[in-house]
Design a protein around this ligand. Sequence first.
Ligand code: 0GY
Length: 312
Amino acid sequence: MAETAFQKTPGWLDWYANPSKPRFKLPPGSVDAHCHVFGPGAEFPYAPERKYTPCDASKHQLFALRDHLGFARNVIVQATCHGADNRAMIDACRASNGKARGVATVKRSITDAELRALHEAGVRGTRFNFVKRLVDFTPKDELMEIAQRIAPLGWHVVVYFEAVDLPELWDFFTSLPTTVVVDHMGRPDVTKPIDGPEFGRFVRLMREYPNVWSKVSCPERLSVSGPRALGGEPRLEQGAYRDVAPFGRRLVETFPDRVLWGTDWPHPNLKDHMPDDGLLVDWIPHIAYTAELQNKLLVTNPMRLYWPDENR
Ligand code: 0GY
């Protein structure tokens, strides 16, 4: 019998119930290109192999946030707490009236008919996760086989990893036959110099491989200085997430046609604070500081990848 009630992982922080209205006005047609739905667990049970149990975060709550912040569309990324059971994400895509696309987790056992059904529902990518606290190891030959099967559908591969693991993953990433989208700038350690070897390696990956894109997302996850940099209100003029901004800015300036942005709502596995999603939107002009860069980041680039049929 399916579980109907789930206990959140101890210390789990719920998403911010009343986000502020952003001061930054998003360009019309903006896409939140990285967010999740969690369950609800009673309807879409969490996967037995999961490493955490979140609070529920439904499609209705996601769509309400989208409208409140001023986004037009979402890209819903399969979270590890649902394993390769994509039903909650697919249900949200189907309910969105074409305003959401999805990134799925698939196994090598998936059939061609199942892949086509995912495509039909709005999936345009598959996610390979290498973050050890989130998933068990999957052999690279299995992942490569999946990449080769999704390539003809025009899908891309989303990869999530820690910066220290990039040297070991480099050969695999650079031999993938699709566009490769890196989550959260490859998770740099922002206490290290932006021009140092670690972030330099990531910039080199993007420079040498024009099929590699990056999400310039998750300042709240990467920041050491945090949202209340000067001890007052968590507002940007006081330097919220100021330590992450140079890293995002560097990628937006250098690769303006290959960057995406997303809220990461409902922000899994944050231990110290839960961000105000309105504040996260207000962070965008600190990394994309012209209307042209903002339009590419929020509209043109995600539309190219997820709604290529709609010319902009
Ligand atoms: C994120 C980040 C995290 C979790 C997941 O699928 C997931 O469980 O992606 C994380 O814990 O860093 O992008 O949502």
